[in-house]
Design a protein around this ligand. Structure first.
Ligand SMILES: C[S@@+](CC[C@H](N)C(=O)[O-])C[C@H]1O[C@@H](n2cnc3c(N)ncnc32)[C@H](O)[C@@H]1O
Length: 278
């Protein structure tokens, strides 16, 4: 299937642009640490052969690839992103299309999908309720919407070589959250998403969340390195000095340091209407 779109808008305000060199590391961490949770949720919700799926803000494309394999040759997947360059190698699958697309501004077919999924996209968008409405409009009656977001306003330090190190982590992470908020993000939107689903009229709304701990020197905690390295200029504007940032990065490599992994909250619901396809 080929898709035609009207694409003619300036990009949104997403702070962690995929064109930056740190994006590849970010997607590596997301795939390794969160794909198992995401795939289990999509499996549990009944995603299966023959379904037509929309993956919004697909990033590195690992979820889009899984969906394409799951729905098989009789199904299809449309993977969208503001900046799809990191999905270049996915376009070979015959049931998967990748398009550059802004969920807030560019055309989407109405009532065309059995499943719409977005992970870690809406929290970044100031117009997240509007994006949610557009995603619901793209679903057929009875279709499944799955939105996953980090509950990331605060991160608990589990282990620290000294109290000063724990305070430094919190100081830099708080500044990071302020930078995201300055671009319109809501780090606590994960906690409001289920209510937003119900207010939008979705039915059978369910929630699930991941849990974990990231050890210093491990590959999960490297997400903090990728994010703060990419936004280091903005962090300086928030009062984080170069020495503090370097000490923060050293801390992320320290096996004596550990933090809670970001909790990924999955919210699933159905658009009212006709029964489930296929
Ligand atoms: C944190 S990344 C998550 C990527 C992927 N969903 C995952 O979980 O691995 C957020 C993604 O949303 C995309 N994005 C941000 N704003 C968007 C918009 N308005 N429309 C479409 N995609 C957007 C970004 O380009 C980025 O790829």
């Amino acid at each position: 299937m080929r898709w035609e779109f009207t694409v003619g808008s300036p990009p949104g305000r997403y702070a962690l642009d995929n064109a930056a060199e740190q994006a590849a590391l970010r997607f590596q961490v997301l795939e390794r640490h969160y794909d198992p949770h995401t795939f289990a949720q999509l499996d549990r919700a009944g995603v299966g052969p023959g379904m037509r799926c929309l993956e919004v803000g697909a990033g590195g494309g690992s979820v889009a690839a899984w969906l394409a394999d799951r729905v098989g040759p009789t199904g299809s997947v449309l993977a969208t992103d503001l900046e799809p360059r990191l999905m270049a190698d996915l376009d070979g699958r015959s049931n998967l299309d990748v398009v550059r697309h802004d969920i807030l501004r560019d055309d989407l077919p109405g009532a065309a999908f059995d499943v719409v999924h977005a992970r870690l996209v809406l929290l970044h968008l100031p117009e997240r309720r509007y994006a949610l409405e557009r995603m619901i409009a793209a679903l057929r009656p009875g279709g499944l919407l799955v939105v996953e977001e980090f509950d990331c306003a605060e991160v608990a330090v589990r282990r620290s070589p000294d109290p000063g190190a724990a305070a430094l982590f919190t100081q830099v992470h708080d500044a990071f959250v302020r930078v995201l908020a300055g671009a319109g993000a809501d780090a606590a939107w994960a906690l409001r998403a289920a209510s937003a689903f119900r207010e939008a009229g979705l039915e059978a709304v369910e929630e699930a969340a991941s849990a974990g701990v990231w050890e210093g020197g491990g590959d999960g905690i490297a997400l903090h390195r990728a994010n703060t390295e990419q936004l280091q200029g903005d962090l300086r504007d928030q009062g984080v000095g170069g020495d503090e940032l370097r000490a923060f990065w050293d801390l992320l490599e320290d096996p004596g340091f550990a933090v809670d992994a970001y909790r990924l909250v999955t919210v699933a619901g159905r658009k009212p209407g006709a029964g489930v396809r296929p």
